[in-house]
Write a new protein. Structure first.
Length: 450
């Protein structure tokens, strides 16, 4: 009797085994790489700690700013020097058509930092319904989970991004407006001008239906049970927005409160740009580079200065929704991948940072490196920005500063913020200044304030 031959593995079994082997190899390489990065960093920490000079005598913060008044951010001079050997206009100068659009609307989508002198004209243009041409739904992705719209304007070369209140993000348009006004109050000028308007619900419903007719699908885990298409999802969120609009005094027939932001040229995610930093996915280890015991390599100085500045800003205003891989953006200097939200030609000049998506204001910034100390103790700060915040240290000063612009120009927005929102922000200002003072007791001034 012949012995039974062992059966050969099927093609599907062979493919499955190969895939499992590849996965094991990938995981092994990934963990080896991560381990090596951590080991190199630990060696740098030991070397810096051993070489650290004796800290300077503790100096009063008020005396520091009185003696050496803070200057402007050093990011732009550093970037200009970094790209000095490249052509002056890296992306080519905007065409006459685009320059004409900027002149007519005031919405300069090319130059960052922004020119505050143009803000009023741009906001007025975006707010005027006679300038609205058509509206489209932004396709949902894993990076853009909430309902957003783009609005094409009568100026064919200008588009704006529209956000509305929705479940879990009830004050997002108000947060965008507050972030913009705080940016201008501090002289940062990296947030585009933001308009707050009311619009009829019907304007959005047809856009949702058109999205369904295109065959686009919603992502079930982000929209909840019982939602099968954009119209169902959008109608639910629009109903929430309408209720919110009634609460803050929307005019009859203009039910939905919205924030409008001009879509800026050539925008890319930080980690997909020339200004990216070393980054380990799915953890906050980047925060340790804001601790003097770890520090960072000089080639990454502009990017870490950006992270210092935006971390201080987000901490004060209470925005928890930012990290190097989320809501951190660069204009120009993309890595060849498609830009995020770009509807215009390349950014002229050297790459630089733009602060977008600021709708989560006046929350608890528990993911901020000033609060989150899992990976280190943030003790490196932008001197110029801390100096300007230092001027708002008196009780009520921050609220009064915001009131002068927000309440005067956006009374409906002002109604959405509470006394507690500003008290918490002012408490964070005191905590920030106390942290800087504490750090000056452990490290030299030139290390702590950069």
């Amino acid at each position: 009797m012949r012995a039974k031959r062992p059966s050969r593995p099927s093609l599907s079994q062979f493919i499955l085994a190969a895939l499992l082997l590849l996965m094991v190899v990938w995981m092994s390489l990934h963990f080896k790489t991560t381990k090596e990065m951590m080991a190199r960093e630990e060696r740098r920490v030991q070397q810096r700690t051993a070489a650290q000079a004796e800290p300077e005598k503790k100096v009063d913060l008020e005396a520091i700013f009185a003696k050496n008044p803070p200057e402007e951010s050093s990011i732009e001079p550093l970037l200009a020097a970094k790209y000095a050997d490249r052509p002056k206009s890296l992306g080519g100068a905007p065409s006459e058509d685009y320059l004409g659009m900027v002149s007519r609307t005031g919405c300069d989508v090319f130059h960052v930092p922004f020119n505050p002198a143009l803000d009023e004209k741009c906001i007025e243009y975006m707010s005027n319904a006679e300038n609205w041409r058509s509206i489209e739904v932004v396709k949902q992705t894993n990076d853009a989970r909430t309902l957003k719209f783009t609005l094409a304007m009568k100026e064919p070369l200008l588009k704006v991004l529209a956000k509305l209140p929705q479940k879990g993000f009830a004050r997002e348009p108000a947060g965008e407006v507050a972030g913009y006004h705080m940016d201008r109050m501090l002289g940062v000028n990296r947030i585009p001008p933001v308009a707050h308007v009311f619009a009829p619900m019907a304007l959005f419903v047809e856009a949702l239906r058109e999205m369904d007719r295109s065959g686009a699908k919603v992502i079930p885990k982000y929209v909840g049970d019982g939602v099968n298409n954009y119209e169902e999802w959008g109608t639910r969120e629009l109903s929430f927005a309408k209720k919110r609009g009634l609460e803050i005094g929307a005019p009859e027939g203009q039910e939905i409160p919205i924030s409008f932001v001009p879509m800026v040229a050539d925008v890319h995610k930080l980690l997909k740009s020339e200004l990216r930093i070393p980054y380990i996915p799915h953890n906050a280890s980047w925060m340790r580079h804001l601790d003097p015991r770890h520090h960072f390599e000089e080639e990454y100085r502009p990017s870490f200065l950006y992270l210092m500045e935006v971390s201080v800003f987000d901490y004060v205003i209470g925005n928890r929704d930012r990290s190097p891989n989320k809501n951190s953006f660069v204009v120009g200097g993309g890595d060849g991948s498609k830009g995020d939200g770009s509807n215009v030609p390349a950014h002229p000049g050297h790459p630089t940072f733009i602060w977008l998506d600021n709708g989560m204001a006046f929350g608890v910034p528990d993911r901020n490196p000033i609060m989150n100390e899992e990976w280190g103790h943030m003790c490196i700060f932008p001197k110029w920005l801390v100096g300007r915040i230092h001027k708002l240290r008196a009780p009520g000063a921050f609220r009064d500063g915001m009131k002068k612009t927000v309440k005067a120009k956006e009374p409906e927005i002002w109604k959405q913020f509470t006394k507690g929102d500003f008290e918490n922000a002012e408490a964070r200002i005191q905590a920030l200044l106390a942290r800087v003072q504490e750090c000056l007791g452990s490290f030299p001034e030139k290390v702590v304030l950069q």
